[in-house]
Design a protein around this ligand. Structure first.
Ligand SMILES: Cc1cc2nc3c(=O)[nH]c(=O)nc-3n(C[C@H](O)[C@H](O)[C@H](O)COP(=O)(O)OP(=O)(O)OC[C@H]3O[C@@H](n4cnc5c(N)ncnc54)[C@H](O)[C@@H]3O)c2cc1C
Ligand code: FES
Length: 254
């Protein structure tokens, strides 16, 4: 883990209420596994808000990295309104990321809302390693979807919306359809309600794919010091989301 001030290079709107910010931060961008996260101090003085905020690595490019985030409160609002050139204190990479298969495989990536953030990096790595990649994103409306231009050309991108304004209507987990059988490995990130529903859909046949999820519990410290991110697992008792996760096997938790 590196503690560093990263320089803000750019911030652009990704979709309704969500932004992509690129940073220069060699230590923070080094040796990042897909699905790992970084803790960002979203304040100039570093004291208010006191705790750093967790964000998945969205994309990596040499010594640069991008975060995709939804503005939901003070920290994300602060981040979205910084000027280019601002130095932002961060520490990372943290947590255990996804394990991609060695042999060529069919990867199904599922993102609910801003849970799509880590999947662009995962897709880029998957394509580079010769895997077939399908990404499914579920959003509230057409305006809440990451545009197709953000994905590598080799990726098949399928969207669903709760109001039916783009793609099939409903939750993404209701529309896995043919991709459920096609996939040899499934990766997901989103709210707990999505994981619960995914577990119901995949229970039985989907167990063979050993779906991996990234859990986004509130994380005050991000590296195992505060015990504020504990979750109950089915077989292994309480686990810390930041240190033991955020990657878990879906059926160990749901
Ligand atoms: C490992 C991990 C990776 C994450 N990756 C991303 C990411 O890539 N992009 C992104 O936009 N967000 C991500 N999050 C969630 C992000 O950390 C929170 O949205 C952020 O901390 C909110 O900060 P804030 O000061 O803007 O909001 P606050 O003022 O702290 O909170 C505003 C609202 O958001 C809720 N909230 C705060 N934290 C979380 C959380 N972890 N999960 C769900 N609701 C929360 C609060 O309960 C409150 O209702 C991630 C969280 C974790 C733990
Ligand atoms: S966030 Fe502090 S122990 Fe996990």
């Amino acid at each position: 883990m590196k503690i560093e001030s990263a320089q803000l290079l750019s911030t652009e709107r990704a979709y309704e209420g969500a932004y992509v910010s690129w940073f220069q931060g060699p230590g923070l961008a080094k040796s990042v596994a897909p699905g790992q996260f970084v803790m960002v101090h979203c304040s100039t003085e570093g004291t208010d808000p006191m705790f750093a905020r967790a964000f998945s690595y969205h994309r990596l490019d040499g010594s640069r990295f991008a975060l995709l985030y939804q503005v939901v409160g003070r920290g994300t609002e602060w981040l979205a309104t910084r000027q280019r050139g601002t130095q932002v204190r961060m520490y990372g990479p943290l947590g255990k990321g996804f394990r991609l298969p060695d042999a060529r495989s069919n990867l199904l990536l599922i993102g609910g809302g801003v849970g799509i953030a880590p999947m662009v990096d995962v897709a880029e790595r998957g394509v580079a390693a010769g895997h077939q990649v399908v990404v499914m994103m579920g959003g509230r409306t057409d305006a809440h979807l990451l545009p197709a231009s953000h994905w590598p050309r080799e990726v098949e991108y399928v969207v669903t919306t709760e109001d039916g304004s783009a793609g099939a209507k409903g939750f993404v987990t209701q529309h896995l359809g043919k991709y459920q059988e096609w996939a040899s490995k499934i990766y997901a990130c989103g709210p707990n309600s999505m994981f619960a529903s995914l577990a119901n859909v995949l229970r039985g046949n989907g167990r063979r794919q050993r779906p991996e999820i990234l859990m986004e519990e509130n994380m005050p410290c991000g590296w195992g010091m505060c015990y504020g991110c504990g979750i109950f697992t089915k077989r292994n008792g309480v686990k810390l989301c930041c240190k033991d996760g955020p990657r878990f096997n879906l059926f160990d938790v749901f």
